[in-house]
Design a protein around this ligand. Structure first.
Ligand code: SF4
Length: 274
């Protein structure tokens, strides 16, 4: 990783806690989140680094669900960087309009595709320092693409990750780059990508910005911010979202069953003679 911004303040994050104790607590939180969300994954649909790059640019200021509804059309119409670079802006704007900021996003996507064609032969580069030079691609987008399309560990600091990292006492910073460096210090690189997914899943479902469901939180006993939100278990359960929301038990069961089945298939295929 490149060096953090000049002037950025490094830990300690919780004054009475040593770095070793903080690391231990952080890793216990990660373990508990892994158990709670074994199905955590990148929520944007993609089949290639280019598709993930496009989807991530489109995801600014909108939901992944909205982006996933739009991207099949985009990927079918513009299957590679060259066709994206040559896109008619009005056509593209019409397709991506539901994602908001569609004029700016269209400009970014076309400019980004032109740079890929001109400088990288139409191929998405697999290095952070190259990705962040592309139009519309910041460090967050670059880490999403590296972690999920290239298998290169990356911590993705979006609004959920930043908020939860502060609530967990992993950082004091509001600056995404400093947060990335503070959190990176607490975990092994091999854990960075999945940690990012789990923390974002938790932020979307339980530890909301305004009404965290502390009384229904799987890491309540490890979180210095317990009590920030509703602590009554019954009232807190009503604040849960998506598959954890009351009434969505069947969806949760399906997700867990699919996760376990996928793990079984992986193990069976590993046992098979090659
Ligand atoms: S205890 Fe509350 S503040 Fe801490 S992670 Fe859980 S919901 Fe968020």
């Amino acid at each position: 990783m490149a060096a953090p911004k000049a002037g950025a303040v490094a830990g300690p994050r919780v004054s009475s806690e040593s770095l070793l104790a903080l690391k231990r607590r952080a890793r216990r939180i990660n373990k508990a989140l892994a158990e709670k969300y074994p199905y955590a994954h990148a929520e944007l649909d993609f089949r290639s680094p280019l598709e993930l790059l496009v989807a991530t640019v489109l995801s600014a200021q909108t939901t992944d669900v909205t982006v996933n509804q739009i991207t099949p059309l985009i990927f079918a119409r513009y299957p590679d960087a060259r066709s994206l670079a040559e896109a008619d802006p009005a056509d593209m704007e019409a397709i991506i309009k539901p994602t908001g900021f569609f004029r700016a996003k269209t400009r970014s996507l076309i400019a980004l595709a032109m740079r890929l064609v001109d400088e990288y032969d139409g191929v998405v580069p697999g290095r952070l320092e190259d990705l962040v030079t592309l139009p519309g691609v910041g460090r967050k987008t670059a880490n999403v693409v590296l972690g999920n399309a290239f298998g290169i560990p990356g911590i993705t600091v979006d609004t959920h990750f930043g908020r939860l990292a502060r609530r967990f006492g992993w950082t004091l910073s509001e600056d995404p780059v400093q947060i990335e460096f503070d959190v990176a210090e607490l975990f092994e690189p091999r854990d960075w990508t999945m940690l990012s997914h789990r923390v974002v899943f938790h932020g979307r479902r339980v530890c909301h910005s305004r009404k965290p469901a502390c009384g229904a939180c799987p890491v309540a006993n490890l979180c210095p911010s317990y009590g920030l939100g509703e602590t009554d278990p019954v009232k807190a359960a009503k604040l849960l979202k998506y598959e954890l929301a009351p009434g969505n038990e069947a969806l949760l069961e399906k997700l867990l069953a699919e996760t376990h089945r996928a793990a079984e298939i992986r193990m069976e295929s590993q046992k098979r003679p090659q």
